[in-house]
Design a protein around this ligand. Structure first.
Ligand code: SF4
Length: 482
């Protein structure tokens, strides 16, 4: 493993004034602001574990922190730009302090995640107030990097690339949601879909051993966690070792490694709910549906991003499946004994997408009947193959297509949600609802958001709720029992 840990603007023997701004006698406080997917949420948990191990104390607001890390996302253009405006907000805290001594000094600002990995030293030029840049493989280097700042180096950066899964072994001490924990099973991606920056920011695929995953899950269940979410950019590509797994009936050559892992988790983790994301339609197979039918604790939800309904556009996107292939996987899910929810992602306005291609996307959405869909306008991402193509769909056309797609999905979702009216569902209560006093919120096993009135003492518990109404993006219900 090559280490790319180094300091910028430092010459041997040069005197550098320490730039540390935090008090050393009291516990230093940190805050991590997270953008993007569950992988980032989980990386935040790992970084929090490393910082807590260094004696730092986590606080709930950036204003109270001595160290603020922005855990960034680069999958689209907007969240990438947001990083720089956020650094501006944070540094202004220090500016104000010069006029008003009572106001706290600016915190040490660090950037981690995909923007850190992809933009590296450029971040220091674009945002000179950033002191730390921590790449996606470098969370375990936080003590060294912070140590360098403490010793007087003005900046520190680590953007190493590794083929090893060693950094995945940081076990978070706490998870962001009560009684719901993420476990990374595979990191990185080898697919190089033409629009996607992930292979450049997260590196090549690295799978963890099944034994380590199982032990982590069993430990979480012992600590009271009900739900485990298995994470990876493409979970179906899981290729981890099964060394040390005692049940020889599970580990068979005619089953994919991911199917074996699902069965292992269902049988031996003890978790009441197991979810996984994200699946790749090329690699998703009927064996996965069969194992989900067999074990009730494998939750009936599949996130299967199509990205387009047009075989021609899918070819341009290098997705390696056709519309028909995709629909055959959907048919396998719909033929399951259980009622399995399907969600997905869709991009409109990919370079070269015609009106006819877009109509095929709309018809696919109607045919699949997604329970939820993340919809985006295409935006070129640096280094990707698509960024070399002319972005030839006008911005107004992209916007119109996005609105039409959202309208079609809203109709589909309304009828999908209506099937829950009168049903009793199990909800893992995650916290208070954003709107509505006295209202709690959580997810069902099929990953629907349910809001219902109940006391806060139910947070972190499983509740049975009768669905009484629907909204465009959630279900509303009445508590039956906890
Ligand atoms: S499968 Fe494609 S879209 Fe998904 S992370 Fe890999 S390259 Fe990106």
């Amino acid at each position: 493993m090559e280490t790319m840990l180094y300091q910028l603007n430092f010459k041997r023997g040069q005197h550098i004034k320490p730039v540390t701004t935090v008090a050393t006698e009291a516990a230093r406080k940190f805050f991590i602001e997270t953008y993007g997917c569950q992988m980032n949420v989980h990386d935040t948990e790992k970084a929090a574990a490393v910082l807590s191990g260094m004696g730092y104390q986590q606080v709930a607001a950036a204003d109270d922190a001595d160290l603020v890390l922005l855990n960034t996302c680069m999958v689209r253009e907007k969240p990438q730009q947001k990083v720089y405006s956020r650094v501006g907000d944070l540094k202004n805290r220090g500016r104000r302090s010069k006029k008003k001594p009572s106001v706290k000094p600016a915190p040490i600002i660090g950037v981690m995640g995909c923007v850190a990995q992809a933009e590296a030293e450029k971040i220091f030029k674009k945002a000179p107030d950033v002191k730390l840049v921590i790449g996606t493989h470098s969370i375990s280097s936080l003590p060294e990097l912070i140590g360098q700042i403490d010793s007087g180096f003005p900046r520190a950066i680590d953007i190493r690339q590794t083929k090893e899964a060693e950094f995945l072994e940081i076990a978070p001490s706490d998870h962001q949601t009560p009684n719901l924990a993420f476990i990374t099973i595979i990191e990185g991606c080898d697919n190089f879909c033409s629009f996607c920056i992930v292979p450049f920011t997260r590196g090549r695929e690295r799978s963890r051993s099944a034994k380590r995953i199982l032990e982590e899950a069993q430990g979480l269940v012992e600590r009271g966690y009900y739900e485990i979410q298995l994470l990876g950019q493409n979970v179906n590509s899981y290729r981890g070792s099964f060394e040390g797994i005692e049940d020889a009936t599970l580990v068979r050559a005619d089953k994919s490694a991911f199917v074996i892992l699902l069965e292992l988790m269902a049988k031996y983790s003890g978790a009441a709910r197991i979810k996984y994301t994200t699946s790749h339609p090329r690699d998703f197979n009927e064996q996965i549906v069969e194992v989900m039918d067999q074990y009730n604790n494998l939750c009936p939800w599949v996130h299967l991003p199509a990205q387009s309904g047009s075989t021609r556009v899918l070819g341009l996107m290098r997705r390696e499946y056709t519309r028909e292939d995709y629909l055959s996987k959907v048919a396998a899910i719909k033929n399951a004994k259980r009622d399995i929810s399907i969600t997905g992602d869709m991009i409109v306005g990919y370079p070269g997408e015609t009106d006819a291609d877009f109509e095929e996307t709309l018809s696919l959405v109607r045919e699949v009947e997604y329970d939820g869909l993340y919809m985006f306008k295409y935006s070129p991402r640096p280094n990707t193959h698509a960024a070399k193509r002319k972005d030839n769909v006008a911005e107004e056309v992209k916007s119109e297509r996005l609105i039409r797609l959202q309208e079609v999905q809203a109709e589909v979702q309304k009828s999908r949600f209506a099937r829950y009216l009168g049903r009793e569902v199990e909800v893992l209560v995650e916290g208070t609802a954003a709107k509505g006093e006295g209202s709690l919120t959580g997810h069902t096993p099929c990953n629907k958001v349910v809001n219902f009135a109940a006391p806060n003492s139910l947070i972190g518990k499983l509740a049975r709720v009768k669905i009484t109404a629907t909204t465009p993006n959630s279900l509303l219900g009445e508590l039956i029992n906890a």
